[in-house]
Design a protein. Structure first.
Length: 169
């Protein structure tokens, strides 16, 4: 939850993802702007789900515009489409996407709609693609297996050292 105004707990919104530069890294249960040197999130992402409505997105756009967001990105995974608004003269203005792609000036990431694969591709500034949740899960599982193998090998070596009388515990 993002609370932009001290003493106004009903003035709040829960973006799917927010990015605030100039703030220390770390977990926050909520983003209380007055505790963050009054720095608003500069980039906000919303990922549409079937429960989202057009009036809700209009309300969110107005909130983000009012409270200082500089880039507002909506991703619609159902149709592999995205929409971008960038602050210009105090307002969030819709950006016309050239060839279905856009590069964030704030984050440096690049978002492109791959029409051949009919998917969105997000890349880091160096061109490496973001991993999807399946690839991240597979990588975590591989790391877990490697750690288990190292622990097992460590225990085997300890047992051998104890057998040789070289390790006391």
């Amino acid at each position: 939850m993002w609370y932009p105004v001290l003493g106004a707990p009903k003035v709040r919104l829960a973006p799917d993802t927010l990015v605030a530069f100039g703030r220390p890294k770390g977990y926050r249960g909520s983003y209380k702007q007055w505790e963050e040197e009054n720095i608003p999130p500069q980039v906000v992402f919303e990922v549409l789900s079937p429960s989202n409505s057009v009036p809700e997105m209009i309300k969110k756009h107005a909130f983000y515009e009012k409270y200082g967001v500089e880039e507002f990105i909506i991703i619609n995974p159902e149709i592999n489409q995205f929409y971008v608004w960038v602050r210009n003269n105090g307002q969030l203005k819709s950006i016309e996407l050239k060839e279905g792609s856009w590069t964030s000036k704030k984050l440096g990431i690049h978002i492109k709609r791959d029409s051949k694969k009919e998917e969105l591709v997000v890349t880091y500034p160096d061109g490496r693609a973001f991993m999807d949740h399946i690839a991240l899960h597979q990588m975590a599982e591989q790391e877990r297996k490697e750690k288990e193998a190292l622990l097992a090998e460590n225990e085997r070596l300890k047992a051998k050292l104890r057998e040789l009388g070289l390790l006391d515990e």
